[in-house]
Design a protein around this ligand. Structure first.
Ligand code: HDD
Length: 705
């Protein structure tokens, strides 16, 4: 490989080049499979036999001198690096940020200067609690970490899909994470908050209450990474060329709108396809349907901060969008999957302290603590201080400094000078600081006695939790109640259940009582004494509801069509056409993966066999089975589940008349979310109905406990 030590990063192309060029100096040889590189050891020594270790005779011991064998096993033994202590399970993709409005009056950040300019980006989505191999549909916060390779260095906006957090001070982070992770004496449960330790900790930490409402809402079970919002969470500063500071909260708004699954679906998706979210993102990008978000800013000044009811430094609070509108200034497009999961997704190192000139921190005590933790953790994960040499972490702008050596240093500048000041002149003297161009910290004035203390307004733990709950629709509120009841029903210690309810009574008395009733908790506990009076008159914030902000579109969603031999080919084509026009994907689910013989004699291949393609994998379903097909599938448990689950999960269902026996066997009671399919016009009407995403009217009828 032609990697000369230079002052700039190796490009990804160079690395890939190195990978595919493995072979003895690019030597190739002819095999049954064509002209391929010669297999070598890591040292480049050609290998003659990769099937058998070196032995003394056919049945003798393996010889220590087999350097090829030893190297191969040695390398394999060391393939793993420590998984992230949180957000271990993630999926990263490439894209770009495009500025749609210049912000040069508000910030000097280079990325925000020139309308229309694109900046390369890498985004990693994740769950928090589960380990690397856990399932995607855990009830959990989703990480939304964005690395922007700007012309003045890397800016990492390490956010979540929820705009608040469990704790206010970073000193509590190890505690909240320990509590949610598997319990240390037993090593379970995996990727779940539904256990005693988590609820014990949060019920003793009332500042978690607002976050708990979000985590028990449908935000914590998104349908796809593509259909969720992202938030920078903390208040940051934007600083312009004149040194003026404006406070900012960052938002990512999905172009396809928000959507979540229902809890029973989440439980089943985890069995049917533990990779549901990563597969979804992968498939969308591979098919050219690039997900997109708008970058929104909430901008405000000291005056607003002073009169706001809550502290803008408190990460357990939001600023309602109705109070400070979200101003959209750019778009993030994800258009490329990684070449190598380990090199990119696993080794990417996000650090909250990576900010660029024109952006600055505030004194949010959670953010201040994060600024230590991220750098520190990369050292452990990536094994040394040179993780910025990895292509995924290296800036894409020129860089020059005197930091040197260490494990795996592969940018090693030439020349004599590695310190400054020095008296070597010109280029020989190396880089120098620039008071004009360099990062300058906003000179905020702070003073006070050194104490372990929190600001007074931080003590309001219930008002915004209440606002969140009351801003939800009549469909969403019961989901929150049910989630609390589900989780607390897994808690073995009754006192912990009661303590959670004592907080919920402060959020909303009716909610507290409903959860108590769902748990069979008697007598009702006293409400926890609030540290500050609860603000009960906060107006509803419709922006907090998913359903109030529905996309009214089926674009980017997936239709599952159950088919059998004898399927009406014309109707299937009409359905595909209608789905295509809507921008939706279609998958065929059939008794055999080879496909079905259609009415016109053609064979149509399937994407799923019926027992591997349950309806939880789809946003809506259609039953296109012939009379014989319906008779066959009415005896197949997984086909009946396909229908009864679609029904129970309030999905829109289209059916041909011959599918009726299957609907009946599945125990479906007909309603207006179940639409007959005879003509192409029916197919269009069905897709139009699907724009509502779910037929929520049905839900209350199928959930009675
Ligand atoms: Fe964190 C990873 C988001 C609080 C310490 N965090 C991590 C990731 C995301 C967040 C998205 C995954 C990055 C990736 O994909 O590689 N974390 C948040 C948000 C927080 C937050 C939105 C609150 C507003 N985190 C937080 C605190 C601390 C940490 C208070 C410690 C004091 N977080 C870490 C970490 C991780 C991490 C241990 C683990 C892996 C990593 O950093 O790279 O340093």
């Amino acid at each position: 490989m032609a990697a000369k030590p230079t002052a700039t990063a190796l490009t990804e192309a160079q690395i890939v080049d190195a990978r595919i060029k493995r072979g003895a100096g690019g030597e190739t040889h002819q095999t049954a499979g064509g002209e391929v590189p010669v297999l070598t050891t890591q040292q480049g020594i050609p290998v003659s036999d990769d099937q058998n270790s070196l032995k003394l005779g056919a049945r003798g011991p393996t010889l220590l001198e087999d350097f090829h064998f030893r190297e191969k096993i040695f390398h394999f033994d060391h393939e793993r690096i420590p998984e992230r202590v949180v957000h271990a399970r993630g999926f990263g993709v490439h894209g770009f940020f495009e500025l749609t409005e210049s912000l040069s009056d508000i910030t000097r950040a280079d990325i925000f200067q020139r309308k229309g300019e694109r900046t390369p980006a890498f985004v990693r989505f994740s769950t928090v609690a589960g380990s690397k191999g856990s399932f995607d549909l855990a009830r959990d916060v989703r990480g939304f970490a964005v690395k922007l390779y700007t012309k003045e260095g890397n800016w990492d906006l390490v956010g979540n899909n929820i705009p608040v957090f469990f704790i206010q001070d970073a000193i509590k982070f190890p505690d909240v994470i320990h509590s949610v992770k598997p319990e240390p004496d037993r090593g379970f449960p995996q990727a779940q908050s539904a256990h005693d330790n988590f609820w014990d900790f949060v019920s003793l930490t009332p500042e978690s209450t607002h976050m708990l409402l979000w985590v028990m809402s449908d935000r914590a079970i998104p349908r796809s990474f593509r259909f969720m919002e992202g938030f920078g969470v903390h208040t940051f500063r934007l600083v312009n060329a004149a040194g003026k500071s404006t406070f900012v909260k960052f938002h990512w708004k999905p172009k396809l709108g928000m959507q979540s699954v229902v809890w029973n679906e989440a439980v089943k998706i985890n069995g049917a396809d533990p990779d549901f979210h990563r597969r979804d993102l992968w498939a969308a990008i591979q098919s050219g349907d690039f997900p997109e978000w708008e970058l929104g800013l909430q901008l405000f000044d000291e005056k607003f901060a002073d009169q706001f009811e809550f502290d803008i430094l408190d990460a357990t609070k939001i600023i309602p969008e109705e109070l400070v509108p979200v101003h959209r200034v750019g778009r993030l497009v994800l258009d490329r999957t990684v070449d190598n999961f380990f090199a990119e997704t696993e080794q990417v190192a996000f650090c909250t302290q990576n900010i660029v000139p024109g952006i600055d921190f505030t004194n949010d005590p959670l953010l201040q603590g994060r600024n230590f933790s991220y750098l520190d953790t990369q050292l452990k994960r990536l094994g040394g201080p040179n993780f910025t040499h990895l292509p995924i972490n290296a800036p894409k702008c020129p860089f020059a400094h005197f930091q040197q050596d260490g494990h795996m240093a592969f940018h090693n500048p030439k020349g004599r000078v590695n310190y400054e000041p020095n008296s070597w002149s010109g280029a020989a003297g190396g880089p120098r600081e620039s008071p004009e161009r360099g990062f300058t910290t906003y000179p905020a004035e702070d003073s006070g006695a050194k104490r372990r203390i929190r600001a007074e307004l931080f003590a309001d733990h219930y008002s915004q939790a209440r606002q969140f709950y009351l801003s939800q629709t009549a469909v969403e509120q019961p989901h929150i109640k049910n989630a609390f009841v589900f989780e607390l029903s897994k808690v073995e210690t009754p006192a912990i259940r009661a303590r959670v309810v004592s907080h919920l009574l402060n959020v909303d008395e009716a909610l507290g009582k409903l959860v108590a009733e769902g748990l069979g908790l008697e007598p009702l506990p006293q409400a926890a004494p609030p540290a500050r009076p609860i603000v009960t008159k906060l107006p509803k914030s419709p922006a907090l509801s998913i359903l109030e902000n529905g996309p009214n579109s089926f674009k980017g969603r997936k239709l599952g069509v159950l088919v059998s031999d004898g399927v009406d080919a014309g109707l299937l084509a009409a359905l595909r056409q209608a789905a295509g026009a809507e921008g939706a994907m279609v998958e065929l689910v059939a008794p055999k993966i080879g496909g079905v013989k259609a009415s016109d004699g053609s064979t149509i291949p399937a994407q799923q066999k019926v027992n591997g393609g349950p309806s939880v994998l789809y946003d809506a379903v259609a039953l296109l089975v012939s009379a014989e097909g319906a008779a066959l599938l009415a005896q197949e448990a997984t086909a009946k589940d396909f229908v009864s689950d679609a029904y129970a999960h309030a999905k829109f269902i289209a059916y041909v008349e011959t599918a009726r026996p299957l609907l009946e066997k599945a125990g479906v009671a007909m309603d207006s979310g179940i639409l007959g399919l005879r003509t192409a016009t029916d197919a269009n009407s069905f897709l139009a109905a699907c724009r509502k995403l779910r037929f929520w009217e049905r839900e209350a009828k199928v959930q009675v406990v």
